[in-house]
Design a binder for this molecule. Structure first.
Ligand code: ATP
Length: 301
């Protein structure tokens, strides 16, 4: 479990993490979302003691990171996959990590196999592709077999196979009862991977909810109705009033009604339909609506 209580970080007069209070629970993948510069990496860095809070606290399994006796056995993190010694082999890198953290060296082979790098264990890290570097970072996070795992943009640079692999890995780690906290900008991927979401904007908490609840609460579902005859489309639109607005040519988008209600009304008016469907909101839509006012470097159309 990761517990944040009023966690705050200031750089000069800029507050980049602003009084965050939430709990990342075990047994689930929790997605950590927010626009560029919203403070996700800074928050994660404070969890593992790489940055000091200006105020508040963050606990891992009930303790501040500095008080953990065997930190790598409690919390594993992939924060910056590029911060590796380029001249060292993957195997040597992990062995050094294991030795300095009291982890049995036989774990190195196990985690190399888990991330699919066994065959390149002797290769120098400097020759690794971006995806291989990400896999090695994940291996490092898993090395101490920790109960808490944190990944900052883990699918960055991975091919579709790698993306699917990360998704399955995150889910299986959560199924084993671990706490999995993962940041990403890929909404469709988060929708598939996470069961809970924490969303921040300009350092402040915007949402902390199960994915389904988040989508339902931050987006509007619409009914799309397609009418081939323009006069009939107009008649239907007139009866629906302000709830209806034009979509694509020959389409109306209707707010706050069910598919059944629109179908019944069309029947009553003798309007012929070529399509009638519910447009369910995606996580991306819900996220865009929630964070619209928190985007720091956005462009206005
Ligand atoms: N060492 C530092 N000194 C001053 N400002 C910093 C420092 N580290 C981060 N910041 C600022 O803090 C803010 C939050 O940055 P952070 O990297 O945590 O955001 P993020 O949500 O991870 O962004 P991204 O999605 O782009 O990775 C940014 O405005 C950044 O410029």
């Amino acid at each position: 479990m990761i517990t944040l209580r009023g966690l705050t970080k200031r750089y000069g007069d800029k507050t980049v993490v602003d009084a965050l209070t939430f709990v990342v629970a075990p047994g689930a993948v929790t997605g950590f979302l927010g626009p560029n510069g919203s403070g996700k990496s800074t928050t994660m860095r404070m969890v593992i003691g790489l940055d000091w809070p200006s105020a508040g606290e963050v606990l891992v399994g009930g303790k501040p990171y500095a008080e953990l006796r065997h930190p790598l056995r409690e919390v594993g993190a992939l924060l910056d996959a590029k911060s590796l010694h380029p001249g060292r082999s993957a195997g040597k890198h992990l062995t050094a990590m294991a030795r300095s953290n009291g982890i049995p060296v036989k774990r190195v082979e196990e985690v190399l196999a888990t991330v699919g790098l066994t065959d390149v264990a002797g290769k120098r890290v400097g020759q690794f592709s971006l995806g291989m570097g990400q896999r090695l970072g994940v291996a490092g996070a898993l090395l101490g077999d920790p109960g808490v795992l944190m990944f900052d943009e883990p699918v960055n640079g991975l091919d579709p196979d790698g993306v699917r692999w990360v998704r399955q890995l995150m889910r299986s780690l959560a199924d084993e009862g671990r706490t999995v906290f993962v940041s990403s900008h890929l909404m469709s991927e988060m929708q598939l991977t996470a069961s809970r979401l924490v969303v921040i904007g300009k350092g402040k908490l915007l949402a902390d909810a199960p994915v389904d609840e988040f989508i339902a609460g931050n987006s509007t579902s619409l009914v799309s109705v397609r009418v081939p005859v323009p006069a009939e489309l107009e008649a239907l639109a007139a009866r629906l009033g302000p709830a209806a607005r034009p979509g694509e040519p020959g389409e109306l988008l209707v707010d706050g009604v069910t598919v059944g209600q629109v179908g019944d009304l069309a029947h009553e008016l003798g309007v012929r339909l070529h399509g009638l469907a519910e447009r369910t909101a995606s996580l991306e839509q819900a996220y865009m609506e929630l964070t619209a006012s928190s985007v720091e470097y956005g462009v206005t159309a």
